[in-house]
Design a protein around this ligand. Sequence first.
Ligand SMILES: [Zn+2]
Length: 121
Amino acid sequence: MQLNEHAPAYRFGADVSGALKDEVIIMRYRICDMCGQPLEENTLRYEARIQVYAAYDPLEISFADLKGDFREELRRVAEACRDMSEEELMRQVFTELHLDLCPRCQQVYIRNPLPQLPDSQ
Ligand SMILES: [Zn+2]
């Protein structure tokens, strides 16, 4: 997932005698988010970018709607959100996943992108 895109980064460097020197090389690597295998640089790998967001139907707002008193509605919404963190609230509206996949897992994933829920079997 997104978390392994930039981490970990290893730094190393050595001169011809093998002694460490100041020059560093930064290597980044990715792992397959399904099987955990390392995804070597310059080899075939896949990315799955998934956005899950709240869908809505277009609103039709009349002048009469705008004249209404919304304080009770706002109070109800504020009460429903009171014990939720900002992160939880945001996750209910929009979530984006970024998966790195090896070729084998890409084949598995595209055949079954929506696994069954555990209690629906
Ligand atoms: Zn894999």
